[in-house]
Design a protein around this ligand. Structure first.
Ligand SMILES: Nc1ncnc2c1ncn2[C@@H]1O[C@H](COP(=O)(O)OP(=O)(O)OP(=O)(O)O)[C@@H](O)[C@H]1O
Ligand SMILES: [Mg+2]
Length: 281
């Protein structure tokens, strides 16, 4: 069975007359980096909330369909059990960090799991090293920059060793370089540790570099799902084309580039160089 399995999930928040999820089906496996995009209000955050059970346990409403995470039925599994399998990080890490030091912050979730002290210490040390946070381990999270806070939030969640990481606009408040660093880190977790990452990210030009799969939502439904290049080709009018694609299109129209749409600047450069090599060889 897939690590995440949603079948025809419909959810309507209590008091609302429309469905935030309206028949969403998704199946995802270990090691995938799933980029989740779509216009504001299409249901991305709601879908992530289903994975850790916030929907329907915390946010009440009408829930239909089937949602399984790590084999557990989300509706009948308490959120603290789901939390062992799904690490969730929100757009604004400040709301997730509340302790006096980075080290305490990372240890907190582990202590809550009831792990022995030696194991807590070992995992904290490992995560501090892995996320390159050793130099700021004694600082208070509230005095850190947005990018550092985001890293601490992801590190605290990853210390719990979840198989699934759900990130809701994790780079929204960050400069492009910090955003790139966070997404590279997530990519490493997927490729080296087999973590399944589901990432909501509006800045396609950043995320397409890393995604192995792209899922597009519209009005509570999944309208496209597959290899990022194919999905972008089909849904660019919904999600918008990143600058490399627009540049490629303009160059191609003038006969200055070749090939299918590029997802990164490196691919764009190759499309241009390739065209010139063909022209002058
Ligand atoms: N707590 C809530 N109570 C009632 N309705 C909600 C709640 N949260 C979201 N909704 C509604 O559910 C729908 C889907 O919202 P959701 O937040 O999942 O969209 P989104 O794709 O994450 O949007 P954005 O890109 O703006 O973050 C919207 O119509 C929204 O108004
Ligand atoms: Mg959202």
């Amino acid at each position: 069975m897939a690590l995440v399995e949603l079948k025809g999930v419909r959810f309507r928040y209590a008091g609302s007359d429309r469905y935030a999820l309206d028949g969403a089906s998704l199946s995802a496996e270990r090691g995938e980096f799933v980029l989740l995009v779509g216009p504001s209000g299409c249901g991305k955050s709601t879908l992530l909330r289903v994975l850790n059970g916030l929907v329907p346990h915390f946010y009440e409403g009408d829930f239909e369909g089937e949602a399984r995470v790590a084999g557990l039925d989300v509706r009948s599994t308490p959120t603290h059990v789901l939390a062992r399998h799904v690490g969730m990080v929100f757009q604004d890490p400040e709301n997730q960090l509340f302790l006096s030091s980075v080290e305490r912050e990372i240890a907190f979730g582990l202590e809550n799991l009831g792990l022995p002290r030696a194991e807590v210490r070992r995992r904290v040390r490992e995560v501090l090293k892995e996320f390159n946070l050793e130099s700021i381990k004694d600082r208070a999270p509230y005095e850190l920059s947005g990018g550092q806070q985001q890293k601490v939030a992801i590190a605290s969640v990853m210390a719990l060793e979840p198989e699934i990481l759900a990130l809701d606009e994790p780079t929204a408040n960050l400069d492009p370089l910090s955003a790139l660093e966070i997404l590279s880190l997530v990519k490493r977790l997927t490729s080296e540790k087999g973590v399944l990452a589901l990432v909501v990210e509006h800045r396609l030009e950043l995320a397409l570099k890393f995604a192995t799969r792209m899922v597009v939502m519209l009005d509570g439904r999944i309208v496209a799902d597959g290899a990022p290049r194919d999905v972008l080709l089909r849904t660019g009018s919904i999600v918008g084309y990143p600058p490399v694609v627009v540049t490629h299109l303009l160059l191609k129209r003038r006969g200055l580039a070749e090939g299918s749409i590029p997802l990164t600047s490196e691919e764009l450069a190759r499309a241009v160089i390739g065209r010139w090599a063909t022209r002058y060889s």
